[in-house]
Design a protein around this ligand. Structure first.
Ligand code: ADP
Length: 216
């Protein structure tokens, strides 16, 4: 099954996707992570991408589509993807549907994680990402613990777009461009609403129940 994890920045999509990857033999496709990998290549395109991300704006649909095609066309990922942070506008949602059809696959569900604006800001400003293994933690709500984290603490970094100014733009874009996609998925009857303010394990429990109810 392919799953879309939907929700505002900082709601915990990445954390939940990491849990799902471990337990359901799925692959996480985070367009944010793919773009950050692209930035490391230090090309003309990567400079453009970095400047857009640091402003909290959306990277062009063409760039995103190129990244997604590379993944969807790979047999090893066939019907086993969790999309984290994609699609982010109606054009991307429609383009994903076309690609999913082209590659004979299916989107089984869209899990919509909800949270209030104040908590988003706290979560984003406390977010720490390991530059080595990619795991995400939170200074305040989910500090790294020995059982979950093998790397040295020195690898934990704050993302350059996780600051007070950029988060305001990211939230504006989320409200204006990303949230409207929900109607598109509600019409397809694959949308599930989940309260993302609860503890990581509680949210994960609900995700497992939904996935369990879907069959194959
Ligand atoms: P978050 O979900 O916390 O905003 P992400 O890592 O998903 O973090 O995204 C970081 C930034 O990468 C976004 O603010 C945006 O600039 C860019 N980005 C990620 N995914 C997309 C996408 N599907 N379309 C356009 N831009 C994207």
């Amino acid at each position: 099954m392919n799953i879309i994890l939907f929700g505002p920045p900082g709601v915990g999509k990445g954390t939940q996707a990491d849990n799902m990857v471990k337990n359901f033999n799925l692959h996480k496709i985070s367009t944010g992570d793919l773009l950050r990998d692209e930035i490391k290549k230090n090309t003309d395109l990567s400079k453009k991408i970095k400047s857009i991300i640091d402003k909290g704006l959306l990277v062009s649909d063409e760039t995103i589509s190129d990244l997604i095609v590379k993944i969807l066309s790979k047999k090893i990922y066939f019907n086993r993807l969790i999309f984290d942070g994609y699609p982010r506008n109606l054009n991307q949602a429609k383009s994903l549907d076309l690609l999913i059809k082209k590659y004979n696959q299916k989107i089984s569900c869209v899990l919509n994680l909800n949270i209030d604006k104040e908590s988003i800001i706290k979560r984003v400003l406390g977010r720490l990402v390991c530059a080595k293994c990619g795991l995400t933690f939170n200074k305040y709500f989910d500090p790294p613990q020995k059982e979950k984290y093998d790397c040295n603490l020195k690898y934990l970094k704050t993302r350059s777009d996780d600051n007070k100014n950029t988060i305001k733009n990211r939230l504006k874009i989320y409200t204006n461009k990303t949230l409207p996609i929900l109607d598109y998925y509600a019409d397809q009857r694959i949308l599930y609403k989940i309260d993302g303010t609860r503890k990581i394990n509680q949210v994960y429990g609900e995700i497992c129940d939904i996935i369990g109810s879907l069959g194959s």
